[in-house]
Design a protein around this ligand. Structure first.
Ligand code: GTP
Ligand code: MG
Length: 204
């Protein structure tokens, strides 16, 4: 599937700009700079379909990417949603408030959303803002997976400890998958497993 059509569809800065709900969706959530756009690129095997930025907090809208499907403009097999990052310390209160409303409304009301991936930096494990995101997700209808990113940046022994701590956090949340995926977009580590999980979640 990922070797076929992968294209940016649109950005939605507010709910009225969402695309028609004509394909199963998988959303990528996580702190600013955690590696959402990079993981989306790695997953689709594209170098920069989702803009990976060096400036934290760059992605401010919901960005939709179409994967598979026959004709241009026709419905895709799968739609990936790059969500704006949270927990960016320097974000003005208005931006944070907008983010919360957009993300909460999207998560609650999106029928075609099949799973959310909550990305967590391998070097830090779940932080307070991640737990808050998980609590928001516990109240939405759709289950979520915790995915550790940037695993290349930490020693294997430390990684094992962070993975265990992340799994312990997952077990506190009924809507979270108990298993945690470990990835590195840089080394293409865990990407095949993530693809398999995404396809299973989207029931493709
Ligand atoms: P926002 O859209 O601002 O919320 O950020 P994001 O979560 O989309 O993060 P992005 O993919 O833009 O990556 C942020 C920074 O981390 C970039 O400098 C990436 O090159 C780097 N990065 C992302 N994934 C990895 C990884 O697996 N390993 C390493 N070493 N760096 C990574
Ligand atoms: Mg991004």
């Amino acid at each position: 599937l990922f070797s076929g059509r992968v294209e940016f569809l649109k950005s939605a800065p507010a709910l009225q700009f969402l695309p028609d709900p004509d394909a199963p969706e998988i959303a990528f959530a996580g702190r600013s700079n955690v590696g959402k756009s990079s993981l989306l690129n790695a997953l689709t095997g594209r170098r920069s379909i989702a803009r990976a930025s060096v400036t934290p907090g760059r992605t401010q809208e919901l960005n939709f990417f179409d994967v598979g499907g026959l004709e241009e403009g026709g419905p895709p097999v799968l739609r990936l949603v790059d969500m704006p990052g949270y927990g960016f310390a320097k974000a003005p209160p208005k931006v944070v408030e907008n983010w919360k409303r957009l993300v909460r409304d999207f998560l609650r009301g999106r029928d075609v959303l099949r799973r959310t991936l909550v990305l967590i930096d391998s070097r830090h494990g779940p932080k307070k803002v991640d737990v808050e995101m998980m609590e928001m997700l516990d109240q939405s209808a759709v289950g979520y997976r915790l995915v550790l990113t940037k695993a290349d940046k930490i020693k294997a022994s430390d990684l094992a400890a962070v993975k265990a701590a992340t799994e312990a956090e997952a077990r506190k949340h009924p809507a979270a998958y108990p298993e945690v995926l470990v990835t590195s977009s840089e080394l293409k580590m865990g990407i095949d497993e993530l693809r398999a999980a995404v396809l299973a979640d989207a029931e493709i």
